[in-house]
Write a protein that binds this ligand. Structure first.
Ligand code: SF4
Length: 102
């Protein structure tokens, strides 16, 4: 995101950059930044908006589940409180019904 902002602010391409690793307080190795275009960021944020607005959240279970802050509510992990919230497909059906009625 900073790469695109720098390009827009200064009108010059940003070829290389690093990622800030907040957990360790350091940066990664240097990576080529060419793949991170304005168009790509717009597409990624638009898909996030679409997922949020339609309730389309596909679980991606893996190693991250061991420190996921919502695993208690996750049906994939059979979280202890998973039954307290509607299943994603129940929310999805509700959103689809709302969409078709509009
Ligand atoms: S516990 Fe559930 S919500 Fe959390 S990362 Fe794993 S699959 Fe995703």
């Amino acid at each position: 995101m900073y790469k695109v902002g720098l390009e827009q602010a200064f009108g010059e391409p940003v070829a290389w950059g690093t990622f800030w690793m907040a957990r360790t307080g350091s940066t990664t190795e240097v990576f080529p930044m060419a793949p991170f275009t304005h168009e790509r960021l717009e597409w990624e944020y638009e898909t996030f908006r679409f997922s949020r607005d339609t309730g389309l959240y596909l679980p991606n279970p893996g190693q991250i589940c061991s420190y996921c802050s919502v695993s208690e509510f996750c049906y994939v992990q059979s979280g202890a409180r998973a039954d307290e919230i509607p299943r994603p497909w129940e929310q999805w059906q509700g959103n689809q019904e709302g969409t078709s009625a509009a």
